[in-house]
Design a binder for this molecule. Structure first.
Ligand SMILES: *[C@@H]1O[C@H](CO)[C@@H](O)[C@H](O)[C@H]1NC(C)=O
Ligand SMILES: *[C@@H]1O[C@H](CO)[C@@H](O)[C@H](O)[C@H]1NC(C)=O
Ligand SMILES: *[C@@H]1O[C@H](CO)[C@@H](O)[C@H](O)[C@H]1NC(C)=O
Ligand SMILES: *[C@@H]1O[C@H](CO)[C@@H](O)[C@H](O)[C@H]1NC(C)=O
Length: 448
């Protein structure tokens, strides 16, 4: 057994080391810059635990104790940028017609202006602020061990906090989550600058909250989990029933923006928006290898979904997809400038009188001559109620014999409620969606 003086000496040494590295960090990091410094990865994982490491990385706060109770744990802080500059369309134009990306993606200093992204949203979820008005939180620990008392430095610890947070990643990582990642309001998960996977475990749940931005993640091979205690905020944990196994589940939530993620191979949906959710934009994602891709409204009888508004823009529905891109109920859906290169059964489906405004998409039908129809109405046999549903195709490009069956009164006023951003000609879709999915952003270079 170590003597107490030995313990004291090693404790002093550790504190001294942390202090020295902090000082160095402050000197190295320029002001107003969040650096996911890859150069500074000299730490020995044995000698620092994650909170100490994370705090040192930021060089701003040094907590005296890592406190397991998320109520009291010290959050990481960086110097704030003063963002007074509003989005200027075309300012950083990449010239490919993508109005969202033009707002930030070709800025070589994107990493110094991370929060600019929060001003770049478009469509029904464009008012999602995420963690724009909060501090940065650097995730440096890919583990997910304790569902009740998540460890500081983990993504789970970041997303449950009450205060707004802009969450970034110190390095590339693969996270296999034991239970659903239950988010709290006002959070941005911004994986730019790192290759971050949430895979082979539970995935993201956005339930009963507001103002979330998810950007730049690879989410795949999500499985069903549950029957476990999981913390959802610093003051609450509770029993979770079995989850569906969605990549991103949006349940009773609003002002949500899901942008530039690569999504594939999950037990249930890739993005599901259900139970009174609204003001959602799903943009620039690359979706592959999956059966039931997107469910927007999960119950014909759930009439609160009549207010649901979702924008599906600039996504690439790619290889290995079968159906539901999306499958809609009740609300207003603007499907604009997406590239549909693969489906097996159909692309856009619905029931319960949804309004679907399809503009400027490219629909390329599969070889199977019985699967050329873009649309599918889920109705009882012999009923014709679907003929009143407002589904229109405007400026879509139909390839390989694809056809879109329209319905409704044509110039109905309802399309006003299903319009959310200006459609570009379908001939530009290949270019607009050419960088769909998680981007390979590196500091000092535009994100490709
Ligand atoms: C983590 O680091 C903090 C701060 O240096 C320290 O007080 C705490 O004992 C460490 N915890 C573990 C589990 O090593
Ligand atoms: C941000 O910058 C603007 C212009 O330089 C200044 O007027 C404003 O007071 C600053 N805001 C904060 C919160 O520092
Ligand atoms: C965003 O907020 C503004 C100001 O409150 C509002 O006028 C606008 O309608 C909102 N946009 C959407 C798409 O909800
Ligand atoms: C969880 O499942 C139990 C048993 O099926 C059910 O009674 C309960 O309402 C469920 N809880 C939630 C939050 O869905």
């Amino acid at each position: 057994m170590a003597s107490s003086s030995q313990k004291l000496t090693s404790a002093c040494f550790a504190v001294l080391l942390i202090f020295v590295v902090c000082t160095l960090t402050v000197m190295i990091l320029p002001n107003n810059q969040v650096t996911l410094s890859r150069k500074m990865k000299t730490e020995d994982p044995q000698s620092f635990n994650s909170s100490a490491m994370a705090i040192r990385q930021e060089g701003v706060e040094l907590s005296e104790h890592a406190i397991p109770d998320p109520d009291q744990a010290t959050l990481l802080q960086t110097k704030e940028q003063n963002i007074t500059e509003r989005r200027k369309l075309g300012f950083f134009s990449c010239g490919n017609g993508n109005l969202i990306d033009d707002c930030w993606r070709c800025d070589p200093n994107w990493h110094m202006n991370r929060k600019r992204l929060a001003y770049c949203g478009m469509g029904f979820g464009s008012n999602a602020t995420g963690g724009r008005d909060g501090r940065f939180y650097v995730v440096d620990d890919p583990t997910d061990e304790d569902m009740k008392y998540p460890k500081p430095g983990t993504l789970r610890h970041a997303v449950i906090q009450v205060e707004p947070l802009w969450i970034i990643f110190k390095r590339d990582m693969v996270m296999t989550l034991k239970q659903e990642l239950i988010m709290n309001s006002y959070k941005t998960i911004d994986a730019r600058g790192a290759n971050v996977h949430i895979a082979n475990g539970a995935c993201i749940t956005i339930q009963g909250i507001t103002h979330v931005i998810i950007h730049g993640l690879h989410i795949h091979d999500c499985i069903r989990t549950g029957n476990a205690m999981v913390r959802s905020s610093p003051s609450h944990y509770g029993m979770r029933n079995m989850s569906d196994g969605d990549a991103v589940s949006i349940y009773g939530s609003s002002h949500i923006w899901i942008d530039h993620n690569s999504l594939s191979k999950c037990a249930d949906g890739l993005v599901d928006v259900v139970m009174g959710s609204t003001a959602v934009t799903i943009s620039n994602n690359h979706l592959t290898h999956h059966n039931e891709v997107m469910l927007l409204g999960n119950n014909d009888l759930y009439t609160q979904d009549k207010n649901m508004k979702v924008t599906i823009a600039y996504n690439h529905f790619g290889e290995g997809l079968k159906q539901r891109m999306p499958r809609c109920r009740h609300g207003y859906f603007h499907v604009v400038n997406n590239d549909y290169t693969h489906w097996e059964m159909y692309a856009i489906g619905g029931s319960a009188n949804p309004t679907i405004n399809s503009q400027g998409n490219r629909y390329a039908a599969p070889k199977n001559r019985y699967a050329k129809e873009v649309t599918k109405r889920v109705v009882k046999r012999e009923t014709t109620e679907w003929k009143k549903w407002n589904w229109r195709s405007e400026g879509d490009m139909l390839v390989n014999g694809a056809f879109f069956i329209q319905s409704g009164e044509g110039e109905s006023a309802s399309y006003g409620s299903a319009s959310s951003l200006e459609a570009k000609p379908a001939s530009m879709v290949a270019s607009i969606t050419s960088t769909a999915g998680a981007l390979g952003c590196r500091e000092g270079k535009p994100c490709y």
